[in-house]
Design a protein around this ligand. Structure first.
Ligand code: FES
Ligand SMILES: [Fe+2]
Length: 423
């Protein structure tokens, strides 16, 4: 978490006035900005690691990235979850090469040192050749200093002094709670992710998830195709490219939502199966509560976790102009097969890698990165809805569906984290 004396003066990157909100295009490019983001955002705050269902039993593990830090998330014999740096403490080899699995120990491929699921060094081949004073305990795997979970979502932080996870989630907790209720009293099970890469800055994807202004333009051909061939799984007013129904929200903690104000329509579920599912929700949460659960919402947990009704998307920065995205279908344990098929179908056909919507967006992100090379393209404008928002009880600003309310919340948080120590 270095301050970096050569860092740009990040507060100058945004103009946040009563009637104007702009962001410098330098925020999307350049090695120094990217390094500072990794250092001051990804290695300083809470970052999503996995869903608890990805570690179903003792010995389950998943290897992933926390910022650019390779980590292994494990479940030990007592059922506790740990996050360990995926770096062998002998000579620095990548310890675990598999994406997921189950094991008692991780054996390093280089010289065979082995570690248990809590990171303890338990085996050193031919240990007698080490000096008497060699202390195995000092060579346990390094731990990610903080790990915590909320509603089954496991987060880690490289910052030992990070705020409590619940405070970090702030106003977005309400939306996570509503999302969790969609499991209708059962549990979520994360599927294997689809992946895609694009040649653009990671923030283009973060800013897009709650962008209610773009769908009627970027996705117009997709919506028309859906309308022509299959009825509809997207609740849209096709006669007006700018949707008039629904909301956006932006929270001080940097999180934001896009809420359609109506359920996402989808085919493939028989009426009686749908009625049983909705009946269960009503039983659990009352009529109003069930309607709230069924309302389409998608939101970003700052900086890179996207939660959709049926899907989770993790945005992984690779370089200042390269990003990888993991798109996980989220199924419900014990649900009727039609309910889960429908969830899977949503991941595959709508917002997954080959989904009818993602391809359009990815093309825009790569185009953005290219266009920002243009001389004179110094700022982007995010003023939509400024001064027209309302305040939500307990904090948070509420705009209409096409407002840039959540993007402004994102950038305000971005600057707060980036302007550390003297700049
Ligand atoms: S680097 Fe892992 S055992 Fe040598
Ligand atoms: Fe889109």
């Amino acid at each position: 978490m270095s301050a970096g004396s050569n860092s740009p003066h990040y507060p100058d990157y945004i103009v946040d006035r009563e009637n104007e909100f702009t962001v410098s295009t330098d925020a999307y490019r350049g090695q120094k900005v990217f390094e500072d983001e990794i250092d001051r955002i990804f290695h300083c705050t809470w970052i999503f690691l996995c869903h608890e269902s990805e570690l179903p039993e003792a010995g389950s593990y998943k290897s992933t990235l926390l910022g650019l830090q390779p980590v292994i998330v494990t479940r030990d014999r007592a059922g506790d979850i740990h996050a360990l740096l995926n770096v062998c403490t002998h000579r620095g080899a990548t310890l675990c090469r598999s994406e997921k699995g189950k094991t008692r120990t991780f054996v390093c491929p280089y010289h065979g040192w082995s570690f248990d699921t809590q990171g303890k060094l338990v085996g050193v081949p031919d240990a007698e050749r080490y000096p008497e004073c060699f202390d195995k305990a000092s060579r346990n795997l390094h731990k990610v200093p903080r790990v915590a979970s909320y509603a089954g979502l496991v987060f880690g932080s490289m910052n030992p002094d990070v705020e409590p996870l619940e405070d970090f989630l702030g106003g977005a907790r309400k939306h996570i709670d509503i999302w969790a209720r969609r499991a209708a009293g059962s549990r979520y099970v994360m599927g294997t992710p689809h992946r895609y890469m694009f040649n653009g800055n990671w923030k283009f994807q973060s800013e897009n998830v709650y962008d209610g202004y773009h769908p009627g333009f970027v996705h117009r051909s997709a919506f028309n195709t859906i309308k022509k061939y299959s009825g509809s799984f997207v609740n849209r007013e096709l006669n007006n490219p700018v949707r008039q129904q629904g909301y956006t929200r932006g929270y001080e903690e940097g999180h934001g939502t896009l809420e359609a104000g109506a359920p996402l329509e989808s085919g493939g579920v028989d009426d009686d199966v749908r009625a049983a599912y909705e009946g269960r929700l009503t039983e659990l949460y009352g009529e109003e509560g069930a309607a709230e659960v069924l309302t389409n919402r998608q939101f970003l947990i700052f900086p890179n976790l996207t939660i959709f009704d049926f899907n989770i998307r993790v945005i992984q920065p690779i370089a200042q102009d390269r990003t990888e995205v993991y798109s996980y279908p989220v199924l419900i344990e014990d649900a009727h097969p039609q309910i889960n098929n429908n969830r899977m179908l949503d991941a595959q056909t709508r917002i997954g890698t080959a989904g009818i919507l993602s391809a359009d967006d990815i093309d825009v992100f790569a185009g953005n990165q290219n266009a920002l090379k243009g001389v004179g393209a110094d700022t982007v404008v995010l003023s939509r809805g400024l001064g027209k928002e309302t305040e939500e009880e307990g904090g948070g600003k509420v705009g209409v569906y096409s407002d840039e309310t959540p993007q402004r919340a994102f950038w305000r948080k971005w600057v707060r984290l980036m302007k550390q120590a003297g700049n």
